[in-house]
Write a protein that binds this ligand. Structure first.
Ligand code: FRU
Length: 482
């Protein structure tokens, strides 16, 4: 194990023990509710229950007692939560709607079926429905229900559930008027190679290029190719949804939401204000999630991202940016701006953890430009751009001693310059780096384990000059969860 690494300051972690997927993401009356896969008794996967945390600004999280606990017969796997405003389920009372969680009962028999729990106190105490499960296909890989209210063109509506048949690479869709009885609608998939799993789907509408008259639909599905290669990641399809069937746009297939190694099970908040789509993902990878060198906590959530759809090549594409709550938070120190300077070689740039670093790099003869995070002579992460090929390379070596044989990563992406410049935003925390590039078309999320020292950063230009400008905003530490 590497030397102890600091706990993330901007990213949710539990006081102790294991977490994986975000579950039941819901905004209600000014509070963001985050439930999550949690082992309350250990730092490895097991005893799966729903943990609970809340935030009013998407940066500072308060951990609450376990919301929905496992029993020896039933693990509480991933799922979602909705506010049942019209009391369609009957779990609430007129004027006091219940929050209904729809989760997977992973039963000791091996069967996986969908179940309900409800809360009438705003999400803090939960009762399991006594007639669970409510949807059972006799399957051992039917899981991760995400439920939303679908409104048809005539204004009427119903609940829609997307879930997976994980082993078959299929998303299955159901509808309900009560959340208790579900009726089959349609399937999506399988779409690609038959190995691994499909997990944690989500389905939502977004305006294309911000035009409400031109909506597109996004189907999220997380892929775990079986703990090999680059490991697990969140993917998406764009297409149309007519209330029954999702029809993918032709010719594009599944695309990655994030190009890094540690952005899995990404799903969006229900009910976010302003009709926004805010996504949270698990900041880890099934390849090595159980051996990451942190203690007494294991696993964190990504920074929340606001999603948009923009016109792309052939089909619309997803972009991501920091939500206004984070961008405009007063918990950032005043920005420290490094005025544009000509660089050839290397120059230190303050490394603050946590921080947002905005870099503007304009090649002026350089064959490679970039940013590096090092501890002593040891590289933590490097971002490098070659103007001749427009290749952005993102590298993260395995620290010493190694985390896992598949931990070291090198990803290459084509990113055009805009106005002759490369604009990169780095969100740095004690155990992660999140990169936003190309106006949010490209994001890259990786965990890093620099050890007890946080180290330093440099910007570099090789083979010629580059014009470099930078702004660094340091974040204060949130509520200490130590
Ligand atoms: C995804 C996943 C889900 C499942 C949960 C169990 O990471 O495998 O499919 O519901 O984790 O913890």
């Amino acid at each position: 194990m590497t030397a102890a690494t600091g706990r993330p300051a901007l990213h949710f972690t539990t006081r102790q023990n294991w977490i994986n997927d975000p579950n039941g993401l819901l905004w209600l009356d000014g509070t963001w509710h985050l439930f999550y896969q949690h082992n309350p008794f250990g730092a490895a996967w097991g005893n799966m229950s729903w943990g609970h945390a809340t935030s009013t600004d998407l940066l500072h999280w308060t951990e609450h007692p376990v919301a929905i606990a496992c029993t020896p017969e039933e693990s509480i796997f991933s799922g979602s939560a909705v506010l049942d405003r019209a009391n369609s389920s009957g779990f609430g009372e007129p004027g006091r709607p219940a929050i209904v969680a729809v989760y997977t009962s992973a039963l000791a028999s091996g069967r996986q079926a969908q179940s309900l729990a409800y809360s009438t106190d705003g999400g803090y105490h939960w009762t399991k429905y006594e007639q669970n499960p409510v949807l059972d296909r006799g399957s051992t890989a039917f899981r991760d229900p995400k439920v939303f209210w679908y409104t048809a063109d005539d204004g009427t509506g119903y609940w829609v559930m997307v879930a997976v048949e994980a082993d078959d690479h299929r998303v299955v869709l159901y509808r309900s008027d009560t959340l208790r009885e579900w009726h089959y609608l349609s399937d999506v998939g399988p779409l690609d190679s038959p190995d691994g799993l499909w997990e944690c789907p989500d389905l939502f509408r977004l305006p294309i290029d911000g035009d409400p008259a031109n909506p597109g639909w996004v189907l999220i599905v997380s892929r775990d190719p079986g703990r090999t290669g680059t490991g697990s990641y969140t993917a998406y399809l764009t297409g149309d949804f007519d209330g029954e069937r999702f029809t993918p746009h032709p010719g594009v297939g599944l695309r990655r939401v994030d190009h890094g190694r540690d952005f899995y099970a990404g799903v969006t908040f229900d009910g976010a204000p302003g009709g926004r789509r805010v996504m949270l993902a698990w900041l880890s990878n099934w390849n090595y999630a159980e051996v990451t060198p942190t203690d007494p906590w294991r696993g964190a959530m990504s920074i929340p991202r606001e999603l948009a759809l923009v016109t792309g090549d052939g089909a619309p594409e997803l972009t991501q940016r920091l939500p206004a709550e984070i961008e405009g938070s007063d918990s950032w120190a005043s920005p420290v701006t490094v005025a544009p300077f000509l660089l050839e070689g290397r120059r230190p740039l303050a490394l603050e953890l946590p921080s947002i670093v905005d870099l503007e790099l304009e090649p002026r003869g350089a064959t490679a430009i970039g940013w590096e995070w090092t501890v002593g002579d040891t590289l933590v992460a490097r971002v490098e751009y070659e103007p001749a090929s427009s290749q952005l390379t993102l590298s993260r070596p395995d620290p010493s001693p190694g985390v896992h044989p598949t931990f070291a990563s090198v990803e290459r992406l084509t990113v055009p310059l805009t106005g002759g410049r490369l604009r990169l935003r780095l969100l740095l925390d004690h155990t992660s780096i999140e990169l936003f590039a190309d106006a949010g078309r490209v994001t890259w999320t990786d965990v890093v384990f620099p050890g007890a020292e946080s180290g330093g950063a440099v910007v570099f230009a090789r083979g010629g000059q580059a014009l470099v400008a930078a702004t660094v905003r340091r974040g204060e530490r949130g509520d200490p969860i130590l």
